[in-house]
Design a protein around this ligand. Sequence first.
Ligand code: GDP
Length: 459
Amino acid sequence: MKLDTSPIAAIATAPGRGGIGVVRASGKALAPLIDTLFPGARLAPRHATYLPFKNGDGTIIDQGIAIYFKGPHSYTGEDVLELQGHGGPVVLQLLLARVLEAGADAGLRLAEPGEFTRRAYLNDKLDLAQAEAVADLIDASTEAAARSATQSLSGEFSRTVNKLVEQTIGLRMLVEATLDFPEEEIDFLEKSDARGQLAVIIDSLEAVFQKAAQGALLREGLNVVLVGQPNVGKSSLLNALAGADVAIVTPIAGTTRDKVSETIQIEGIPLNIIDTAGIRVINEAVDVVERIGIERTWAEVGKADVIMHLLDAGHGPSRADDSIVAAFPEGIPVIRIWNKIDLSGHRPSVDPQSDATNVYLSAHEHTGIDLLRAELLRIAGWQQTGESLFLARERHLIALRAARRHLHVAAEHAAQNDQSLDLFAEELRLAQAQLSSISGEFSSDDLLGVIFSRFCIGK
Ligand code: GDP
């Protein structure tokens, strides 16, 4: 991503048709652009003005609303101009082209993905965790995920982490002041209750980590592979699992004809279900094209968090089932689901075995479905706390884990009373750096590039 500060513009609304569409521009000084686009008009900051949007030759592209946000009171912290016209792809392209032309002399160019938000970050309108929450809110696939993203966007996550940073800095200052007076080092730990303070920080960090780890589940969800022979009840099971929560179902045609992925949710956790209807084990009878399809399917299985293997409770495993089970990648938990217990006479139940957990249910009669849901949530590591969560990313969890490690090492030094106060101080410094990386203090350009390039254009 370019780091230049020339003015930028992009279509800010999603591609496609809509009631309205927005072209947005941001730059240090947009007054000349506004003069060129709307000669003679005066756009009062933050007021909606109804205007014709005209080409350079005076022909009208659209009629709409122009809103001027004078920096720093804008999303990016710079001057921002928003043109709200009709939401058609062609009319918005024409409007964008006109804006780019009108701003050409000032160096106006098309925005890169995430560049508006990146500027908001660089101008201190948002910290990094909040900027990430913008993208997470847009991408949220369940209501719970959206709620947690809003929580992070509001700065709640950043404030909690910053509080940890401040506590760590407080303790560091105490320690480093003592380092200058070596004779005092020995009773420092006793007198200052440094151990007690450290224990408090470790406890708070643990609480933040738990909320963030649960929030990460809402973001990432669980990758579930569903395997089973034809007619064993896979579609029925998916419908039963989705139940009343089937608010958001996204069928995505798979790369192979018989691989379909869809997302359902259980308590707000997205379950990305890969239905491998055609899964088979490769043998000599398989031709090249089919082989590629099968290999892809197995690659998906390898990435799964859990395998659901559906069987008929009345019949037991077939030979095809046996060969598939033998090919399951190691280390991925398996739930062996015995369906159609209404016919076989089993009772709904859960029976954990060393190789897999057996669940007996009837997809058709909806008996035992709650047992399967509970088992999936258990594997996901979900603990319903009723507290609001932070929609954390893997990056945040890594930083929190690293900080926790440094604090524990610091605690070991303190416990040994081995006069290694400088080592104690160093671990505190490292923990602080990890925590600070969450809000983006001291973040490298590389990291920023990675984060913002995943945004959509116009955001
Ligand atoms: P799939 O091919 O694995 O997706 O299987 P379907 O979900 O299409 O189900 C195949 C047939 O089994 C359908 O006629 C379902 O109504 C029936 N079926 C599914 N689950 C049950 C069940 O729990 N009990 C009974 N009796 N029939 C079921």
